[in-house]
Design a protein around this ligand. Structure first.
Ligand code: TYD
Ligand code: MG
Length: 450
């Protein structure tokens, strides 16, 4: 009798497996994310952290010299937590055209003596060579292998034992024994599992490139996040020239570390002072903007929040937020309505974070609130004011972590005033910047709009 289930369904958001289609994934609750995939001849292998062996006593394990390779790119090294750990699998995700291949190829080119196997399933060796020529650097240690069978790739890598392997991209690779086409969920899962096993067994670090769509799934890397050790994700608009690379998972370092790059004619160049690019250079005070002193990972930086509040043209007001949680925006608007008497119910509200940045630091609440009020009243906030505070449901302004470091960064960038919670405990304020403590929204409005 033929097997009954010829296909299984995977949730493209969390990787949950199910024998039948479902409108909503029971594991993560996302709607319409189940994708069909043929059952492979054997079960996808599950990755193991180390290649077999027996249990070891914790106090006898030697990890004194965690083996890290420094890549010729200080910003990438920093967000990895101080270089690439040997035997780790790093996913570099982002939309097509954002610069994943460019960044990955720049690593061996800028790192003389690093023997690298660059596997390309997308471009021919000549195309890679042309790109490398444009990027410049040392071409000698880098080997290009155009292949889409992951089994052949791993065989070759085992023979060559490079210092680093780059696989571009996971969507183009296919595994023997898995019957679906390259790019399907089961192929992606299996490719990543085999690469993880290779990395752990050989101690060769692997950088795996994965395309990701705007909403974060469909293409698969969401599933990969559970398998790999480190996820570096590109965000930002690929229309502009700035690219933001963020670590969203790191088994060997802290997460949400962020680096900013600029795409130039010869590759990605690190922007050492991201605040300069994310705060306005127009030199005039415009209404609807406010600068937030944010902390991303371990580094403080400042960026501009823009809001546009206008009377709703159609019956229901529109709310739209780019780079900021729209539920959080709705909550802030409700607080303004209920606790401070601003009637925004019939207004359209649009919110935008500078540079296509995605923020989730609660300290952004205050700048968002100020930008909304500023646009609503058409009252410009002086461009040398900045804000760092969380807004609570009763309209109180709560302190945020590491306020001192935010103040220091704001002062370094020449801001004259920083608004923080009245409940923050702050050490000594640096010279040249004035600290304005506010306890709730009405007090903020009094101090700001007078
Ligand atoms: P790429 O790294 O190919 O993107 P991905 O691998 O994420 O799909 O980068 C593609 C874009 O970058 C492409 O539009 C061309 C541009 N680019 C430059 O502007 N300068 C350069 O030096 C390079 C190599 C690419
Ligand atoms: Mg590419």
């Amino acid at each position: 009798m033929p097997a009954k289930n010829k296909t299984v369904w995977y949730c493209s958001s969390c990787g949950n497996e199910s024998p039948k289609w479902m409108g909503r994934c029971p594991a993560c609750g996302e709607w319409n994310t189940m994708v069909e995939s043929p059952v492979s001849g054997r079960k996808p292998s599950s990755p193991s952290a180390s290649g077999g062996g027996k249990p070891e006593a914790l106090n006898e394990i030697d990890c004194s010299s965690e083996d890290r390779i420094t890549l010729g790119n200080p910003e990438v090294d920093r967000i990895l937590g101080g270089g690439l750990v040997r035997g780790s699998l790093v996913l570099v995700g982002g939309e097509p055209g954002i610069g994943k291949s460019t960044l990955s190829l720049q690593i061996p080119l800028n790192c003389a003596g690093l023997k690298t196997l660059y596997v390309s399933g997308e471009e021919s060796a000549r195309q890679v060579k042309m790109r490398a020529g444009r990027l410049g650097g040392d071409l000698s240690g880098c080997y290009i292998f155009c292949e889409t069978s992951i089994d052949k790739v791993i065989d070759e890598a085992n023979r060559m034992l490079p210092d680093l392997m780059i696989v571009d991209s996971v969507q183009t690779m296919s595994c023997e024994g898995v019957e679906s086409t390259a790019g399907s969920v089961s192929q992606i899962k299996e490719t990543a599992s085999r690469l993880l096993r290779f990395a752990k067994e050989s101690s060769v670090p692997v950088i795996l490139i994965g395309h990701i769509t705007k909403d974060g799934y469909i293409a698969g890397p969401k599933i990969l996040e559970h398998i790999v050790d480190v996820v570096l994700q590109f965000e930002g608009e690929n229309r502009g020239s700035y690219r933001i690379l963020r670590s969203i998972k790191n088994r060997f370092g802290s997460t949400s570390e962020l680096a900013v790059f600029e795409m130039t004619g010869n590759g990605l160049r690190a922007v050492s002072n991201p605040s300069e690019m994310l705060i306005p250079q127009h030199g005039q005070n415009l209404s609807g903007t406010a600068v937030c002193a944010m902390l991303d990972g371990t580094r403080p930086f400042l960026f501009e929040v823009q809001a546009l509040v206008s009377s709703a043209v159609y019956g229901t007001a529109q709310r739209s937020a780019t780079g900021f949680d729209s539920r959080r925006l709705n909550m802030l608007l409700a607080v303004l309505e209920k606790r401070a008497g601003f009637h925004l119910g019939a207004k359209d509200v649009f919110l935008n974070m500078a540079g296509g940045l995605k923020v989730n630091d609660p300290a952004c609440d205050l700048a968002v609130t100020v930008a909304v009020l500023s646009s609503n009243f058409d009252f410009a906030i002086p461009s040398d004011f900045c804000f760092a505070g969380e807004v609570g449901l009763s309209g109180e302004i709560r302190p945020v972590g590491q306020t001192d470091r935010r103040i220091l960064e704001a002062s370094r960038l020449g801001f004259s005033k920083i608004f923080v919670s009245a409940f923050s405990s702050v050490g000594q304020t640096p010279q040249g910047i004035q600290l304005v403590k506010v306890g709730d929204i009405p007090e903020l409005v009094r101090k700001l709009f007078k």
